[in-house]
Write a protein that binds this ligand. Sequence first.
Ligand SMILES: NC(=O)C1=CN([C@@H]2O[C@H](COP(=O)(O)OP(=O)(O)OC[C@H]3O[C@@H](n4cnc5c(N)ncnc54)[C@H](O)[C@@H]3O)[C@@H](O)[C@H]2O)C=CC1
Ligand SMILES: O=C(O)[C@@H]1CCC=N1
Length: 272
Amino acid sequence: MEQRAIAFIGAGNMARSIIAGLVASGYAPDKITATAPSSARREPLARDYGIHTTDNNLSAASDADVIVLAVKPQLMEDVCRPLQILDFSGKLVISIAAGISAERLNQMLATNLSLVRVMPNTPSLIGKGMSGLFASSHINPNDRQFAEHLMQAVGEVCWVEQESGINGIIAAAGSAPAYFFLFMEAMQEEAIKQGFTPDQARMLVQQSALGAAEMVVANPDTDLATLRAQVTSKGGTTAEAIRTFNECQLSDTVAKAMRAAVSRAEEMEKLF
Ligand SMILES: NC(=O)C1=CN([C@@H]2O[C@H](COP(=O)(O)OP(=O)(O)OC[C@H]3O[C@@H](n4cnc5c(N)ncnc54)[C@H](O)[C@@H]3O)[C@@H](O)[C@H]2O)C=CC1
Ligand SMILES: O=C(O)[C@@H]1CCC=N1
């Protein structure tokens, strides 16, 4: 893909995941800079991926063609204010922050940005990311395409036409790895109670999760309910487990949790 100079402003979990995936996919490390105030955050990135790091947001952003805003939402305004003196014409700005609208980002940087809001997730680290993208009206086709290619380098992408769609992406993908981890934690805990060592319990759970996910991917024409039915023998063990989940209203709980994620994103849009 096109190799533009990219500055990640904020070098935390999500920036690291994208950087790792990008470098593994062949993006030139010397085209990537990441910033963070603490050297404890910067040094491992420089060491592990061979990218540039600095604590100077302004110089990193000034030298970059693409600026990826990757700090916590509550810090975004303070981080953007000193960048207002930059000339953003010719620069693509990508924000991965949850709960900060394109309009707010334009205010924070005091200009009409060529902006793409991206909602990635941490499996980008291993090239299995899922990102939602929304382009502001000021975007030019090259920038739009670059943002798409960038996130395709670390996984799958899904464009949304309305900005509110980004909050749906948060609920279904950005936050979603944590839901699966929670489910697997609960299974591991119970498997330990049933007599397995923690390592055995983890292997049982992770291999089953991996197998299930890969079966979903390998059978795009088979709906999820059918894959479930293929495991569920009439009068058997799975049927009892599924009946128990249904009795505890698992689907309603999942729906409530996803709506809570959307509501929190909407709340953050007012707070920050
Ligand atoms: N963690 C995740 O799974 C996802 C996170 N996001 C978004 O990514 C953004 C970052 O989240 P995380 O990486 O999880 O947070 P994090 O706390 O791991 O990383 C934030 C980084 O910002 C750095 N930072 C703090 N002050 C700074 C400053 N003044 N200048 C430059 N860097 C500074 C910190 O050193 C830290 O490394 C958030 O806006 C979040 O909404 C989006 C999708 C998924
Ligand atoms: O929890 C959060 O707010 C961020 C956005 C999606 C995943 N992590």
